[in-house]
Design a protein around this ligand. Sequence first.
Ligand SMILES: *Cc1c(COP(=O)(O)O)cnc(C)c1O
Length: 222
Amino acid sequence: MSEISSQLKDLKESLPELCTLVAVSKTKPVEDILSAYNTGHRDFGENKVQELTRKAEELPKDIKWHMIGHLQRNKVKYIAPFVHLIHGVDSFKLLKEINKQGRKSDRVIDCLLQVHIAEEDTKFGFDKIELEEILSGKDLKDLAHVCIKGLMGMATFTEDTNQIRREFRLLKSIYEETKNSDHTNVQMNTLSMGMSGDYKIALEEGSNMVRIGSAIFGARNY
Ligand SMILES: *Cc1c(COP(=O)(O)O)cnc(C)c1O
């Protein structure tokens, strides 16, 4: 068994049954993705549109591709025909563009709204008030080609595990407060939080989707 497949197997055995593992394959070659694929794994995450579309063309069509990075509106059209879940929706304008491209592809595109939970300033996302405005606003119901499946967040990159826990706990509480909606295109059941360095804390705080790269594929060399 390859290094990648054994890492993946050990990791999967340690995760709760109802947690989805997104194997983050950014910067890694298609051969590495195939090693994971051949163990039966199907959920893979990429953070760049160009890399995602190239890999999707080369690899088996039953892979569920997760777009986990910051997404520019003018690039939505390249992934709309096939993407499984867009994690980083951080503006209503972006959601409208995803809806438009979803209509063109005759699909309903599943999305997660990104929430800004990190105390550091550099990460994208809505704050709680903006989130509530979108989820309770009347504009959302016109977007029949998107479905909001839940929330995504990234904790501060820090050694301070108490801070990380605090940030994940905040996201979980926002998720609980916002997940019930009257809109038919809001079906919240997914809380995407946790990466290689912090997924154990994220799981303790209620995550049901983790995005893990280096703990499966090894360190990335840029
Ligand atoms: C790269 C990335 C990950 C995975 O990071 P690792 O530390 O390698 O597990 C998860 N989420 C997002 C948004 C990323 O960009």
